[in-house]
Design a protein around this ligand. Structure first.
Ligand SMILES: C[S@@+](CC[C@H](N)C(=O)[O-])C[C@H]1O[C@@H](n2cnc3c(N)ncnc32)[C@H](O)[C@@H]1O
Length: 286
């Protein structure tokens, strides 16, 4: 547990993800093409099978939950939960064709769902935003039936997760922003596979494993990568850029973001941005 004010942190998270929901919706085809290997892997290591009951934690715009609904079929059930109402609205639209799939707006740290009611808990790039992960993991473990599986992903360290860290890195160095204190929830709060294995064991899981998975996110042009990075900039960082940089500095900032990936351009002008995810899974003991 960190020293942050949890209520304000969650209010900011809710507002941030509501703000970004339209941009995530817009960039869906590009992001999902790159993320597809981990989505498939999560369903496999999470043992998602026909007829299963699945909870997708921090379900965002719903991709993992929709993929799980397709796998469990009409006899199964999938529930996605997310803090941000606007993310839930996009997910409901994406999942509308699957009656076995529902989405609720809620806090993953305070779900109030019946214990032992799921075969699998999934969370793709979600658990890292929870301020009290130890308690949350114990709570998620209690929602699983004995023998049930938890499977999720996080990002590796920023230099190895360029698809989301490039703009943060350039802005952070230009504005000399301090690194967040260790343990602060955020995209880079679960970067050490060995530490994750220990966390899952401490929360009551067995057979915990965490492995790196190499992903490639393909953008048609460098300008597309810059537009993606701009569109998905968290509002607080957007405000800092607006407040502390003039027009020329802002233009130079986005030029620099493009230059960071210029070496990755292929003969067609497309850019393959490599990024490392960590895929973890664990079992609730029988
Ligand atoms: C990076 S997005 C990942 C979304 C989705 N899992 C995916 O992979 O596309 C993180 C999501 O976590 C959600 N989130 C953050 N804190 C949460 C909490 N306490 N409870 C539930 N969802 C939360 C955000 O609203 C956001 O939709």
């Amino acid at each position: 547990m960190t020293g942050i004010d949890v209520d304000s942190f969650k209010a900011e998270q809710r507002s941030l993800w509501n703000d970004l929901s339209a941009a995530w919706d817009r960039w869906h085809p590009v992001f999902e093409a790159g993320a597809e290997p981990v989505t498939r892997l999560l369903l496999d290591v999470g043992a998602v099978r026909p007829g299963a009951t699945v909870l997708d934690v921090a379900s965002g715009t719903g991709e993992v939950a929709v993929a799980a609904a397709e796998r469990v079929g009409p006899q199964g059930r999938v529930v996605g939960v997310d803090l941000a109402a606007d993310m839930v609205a996009v997910a409901r639209r994406r999942g509308a064709a699957h009656p076995q799939l529902s989405f609720i707006q809620g806090d993953a740290e305070d779900l109030g769902l019946p214990s032992a009611s799921f075969d699998t808990v999934l969370s793709r790039w979600g658990l890292m935003f929870l301020p009290d992960r130890a308690r949350s993991l114990r709570g998620l473990c209690s929602l699983l039936r004995p023998g049930g599986r938890l499977a999720g992903t996080s990002w590796s360290v920023p230099p190895r997760a360029a698809v989301i860290s490039t703009a943060f890195g350039v802005i952070g160095s230009r504005l000399q922003l301090p690194a967040p204190p260790p343990g602060t929830p955020g995209p880079f709060s679960m970067t050490d596979p060995a530490a994750l294995v220990d966390e899952f064991a401490a929360a009551g899981f067995a057979d915990a494993q965490a492995d790196e998975v190499q992903l490639t996110f393909r953008f048609d042009t460098v300008d597309d990568f810059v537009a993606f990075s701009r569109d998905l900039l968290p509002p607080r960082m957007r405000q800092l850029v607006a407040d502390r940089m003039d027009d020329a500095e802002r233009e130079s900032l986005w030029t620099a973001v493009g230059e960071r990936v210029a070496g990755l351009v292929d003969a067609k002008g497309a850019v393959d941005v490599p990024s490392t995810a960590i895929c973890f899974h664990a079992t609730k003991p029988e």
